[in-house]
Design a protein around this ligand. Structure first.
Ligand code: FES
Ligand code: FES
Length: 164
């Protein structure tokens, strides 16, 4: 079946079996391996992507169901120069990346939260990450990175004081 959808802001058309998941479509048919494959039953969040702006576990999404829809994977999140964006840089700076396996999903969940909530509390950040498991960091540094990014983004949008 030909599946046509928007992937990381570009139209794609891919010929794939009808009985595979979005996770398999991304990894095995589009070679986008940033989205991680772990539990495959919707419990770990390693496979998180944005589907029409909402976080979904791509291991639970049937590939044909993305027809005509908008998918963003970790490969679609970066700074203008292709390097880490501010959230990704804060994950690095705050020591929120250890083995790294959960990080693509954490970044996806973090960006989804920041898109709807400019100044989330630490509790709200933890709730937004509830579907994403990390076995390394204890989560505190991850929450720090998202909180810092929120504050920086709010600060960069604030009107600048006029210089005399
Ligand atoms: S691999 Fe999809 S939730 Fe774990
Ligand atoms: S950094 Fe290793 S699982 Fe999160």
């Amino acid at each position: 079946m030909q599946i046509n959808f928007t992937l990381n802001h570009k139209s794609v058309s891919v010929d794939a079996p009808t009985d595979i998941t979005l996770l398999a479509l991304l990894r095995d048919h589009l070679n986008l391996t940033g989205t991680k494959e772990a539990c495959e039953v919707g419990e770990c969040g390693a496979c998180s992507v944005l589907l029409d702006g909402e976080v979904v576990n791509s291991c639970l999404v049937a590939a044909p169901s993305v027809m005509g829809r908008d998918v963003v994977t970790i490969e679609g999140i970066h700074a203008e120069d292709g390097g880490p964006n501010d959230l990704q840089q804060n994950f690095i700076t705050k020591g929120a990346v250890q083995c790294g396996f959960c990080i693509p999903g954490m970044i996806i969940a973090g960006e989804a939260l920041l898109a709807i909530k400019t100044d989330p509390s630490r509790l709200e950040i933890r709730e937004a990450l509830a579907g994403n498991l990390c076995r390394c960091t204890g989560y505190m540094q991850i929450v720090d990175a998202i909180e810092t990014t929120a504050k920086e983004r709010v600060g960069s949008r604030s009107p600048q004081k006029m210089e005399n």
